[in-house]
Design a protein around this ligand. Structure first.
Ligand code: FES
Length: 118
């Protein structure tokens, strides 16, 4: 494992996220109140890129497709694919993939870059 540059720290405002590719991994870098976090970039449900419309709220990222929600700091699952609510279609969409936490990566800021330990 090694520290690798992910994004310039100045390019990511508070409350925002960006998709980046580091090595062979697609990651999401998030600035939460000045602290940078790195998670897997694709939703664990059906691989939607989380920065593309994902909503950051209360330290969590909610996927815009079926509303799966994960905690950004530790990747823990908060809610799995509750949308669409109309049964039985909603339950069917959620059950197509087994529930998982979101992978997270250690970060640091070095020479103006957010670096990720990969
Ligand atoms: S792809 Fe993200 S919740 Fe379904």
């Amino acid at each position: 494992m090694d520290w690798q540059n992910a994004i310039r720290a100045s390019k990511l405002r508070e409350g925002k996220s960006k998709m980046v590719t580091v090595g062979s991994k697609i990651l999401m870098i998030v600035n939460l109140e000045g602290v940078f976090h790195a998670t897997e970039g694709l939703c664990k449900h059906m691989k939607w890129p989380l920065s593309w419309g994902g909503k950051i709220e209360n330290g969590c990222i909610r996927c815009p497709l079926h509303q799966t929600t994960h905690c950004i700091s530790d990747g823990s699952l908060v809610e799995w694919a509750p949308f669409p609510l109309f049964p039985p279609y909603g339950r069917l969409v959620g059950s197509m993939v087994s529930e998982k936490d979101l992978g997270i990566f250690e970060t640091r800021v070095e020479s103006g870059f957010v670096q990720v330990l990969i």
